[in-house]
Design a protein around this ligand. Structure first.
Ligand SMILES: Nc1ncnc2c1ncn2[C@@H]1O[C@H](COP(=O)(O)OP(=O)(O)O)[C@@H](O)[C@H]1O
Ligand SMILES: [Mg+2]
Length: 347
């Protein structure tokens, strides 16, 4: 449904040039909810704005529903844009228009008749849960309600694609989950393809099927959400995951961690396990079969869509041979083992 090929975007030129996107390839099938996550300034907004040509790529093609929209003339582009809705972090409603008139705006601009507009707007307000707010003005609404108006307006012209630029970033956690629920509903009921960008893993976790990670204008990961959460492939991906899970070693331990093993040290490891490994009593088997003691410092089990993800930070207590054997044992049972460092043994 959406296909970006070799898309680059440079703002400005010469010494002041900012390369906001570099050779981005991205393919999103019809009906998918695709997330793009990245730090502030990574190029997320530029990327999403290239999909409806609010920003024109410096290079590359943007194919939406089989047509390269970078090659369309003004009138055709206008029509194509009609089928691409967009919502923003700060809602972008017209403050002097009522809820009804905000939602009606794209239909008015398309020259629809009053009666047709009325027939179209009422069910949209119903769908977003604002049937009783039609006559209110944006200033009378909460943030979540404003975003609902923006969603109804984006749906007014019957789009195939909905672009969401940090749509929940200005909302509190509870309102965020209600809006995400609504987006999921829209995706299922109307079959609309959703591309959303966010800096929050929680958003990706709650509704995305796939996720891309963007860093300095480059897409550095592209994965199923379950895979991304259980096995990110880049350091940045792991940083996002660890921040989200808040699974970093306790400070007093970090202070004692040595980079290299010494004569009387033992390893501190971060274990990530998913699938069958979660329900297997691996730690007690480890103790029995490898003759090491395991001291658990932190542990957590998370549900990511249909997958279960377990995480643990632990000290492996044993001699060099035993702890090496223990790590091999864990890896052989599909756990990811990351050595965070080594600590001096208490003697
Ligand atoms: N209109 C613009 N003119 C010049 N530079 C811009 C413009 N828009 C964005 N940038 C720059 O491009 C980079 C990516 O910005 P943006 O796409 O907004 O990132 P994000 O949405 O991930 O925070 C940043 O360095 C930003 O300063
Ligand atoms: Mg942005």
């Amino acid at each position: 449904m959406i296909e970006l090929s070799n898309v680059s975007k440079t703002y400005g030129s010469g010494a002041k040039a900012v390369h906001a996107l570099k050779n981005v390839h991205l393919a999103i099938p019809k009906g998918a909810i695709h997330g793009v996550i990245g730090l502030s300034g990574a190029g997320k907004s530029t990327l999403i704005r290239c999909v409806n040509l609010l920003e024109r790529p410096t290079e590359g093609s943007v194919v939406v529903d089989g047509r390269d929209i970078t090659r369309l003339g003004a009138a055709e582009l206008n029509r194509a844009r009609h089928r691409i809705g967009m919502i923003f972090q700060h809602f972008n409603l017209l403050t002097t228009r009522t809820v009804f008139d905000n939602v009606a705006l794209p239909l008015e601009l398309a020259g629809e008749r009053k009666a047709a507009i009325k027939r179209r707007v009422a069910p949209l307000l119903d769908m977003v849960g604002l049937a009783d707010k039609a006559g209110m003005y944006p200033a009378q609404l909460s943030g979540g309600q404003k975003q609902r108006v923006a969603i109804a307006r984006a749906l007014a012209s019957d789009p195939q694609v909905l672009l969401c630029d940090e749509a929940t970033s200005a909302l509190d956690p509870q309102t965020t989950s209600a809006i995400l629920e609504l987006l999921r509903d829209i995706n299922v009921k109307l079959g609309i393809t959703i591309l959303l960008i966010t800096h929050e893993m929680e958003v990706v976790k709650s509704i995305c099927h796939r996720v891309s990670l963007i860093s300095n204008g480059e897409l550095v990961e592209d994965a199923d959400v379950g895979d991304f959460f259980t096995a990110p492939r880049t350091d940045l991906g792991r940083d996002f995951l660890n921040d989200f899970l808040e699974l970093t070693p306790p400070k007093e331990l970090t202070a004692r961690l040595l980079e290299a093993p010494g004569e009387h040290t033992h390893p501190v490891v971060r274990l990530t396990f998913s699938g069958d490994a979660v329900s297997t009593p691996l730690i007690s088997r480890l103790a029995r079969e490898c003759d090491v003691d395991v001291s658990i410092l932190q542990a957590k089990v998370e549900s990511i869509q249909e997958r279960t993800l377990g995480l643990m930070i632990a000290e492996l207590l044993g001699d060099t041979d035993q702890t090496r054997k223990a790590m091999e044992y864990l890896k052989a049972h599909q756990l990811q083992v990351e050595v965070l460092g080594h600590v001096q043994r208490d003697v």
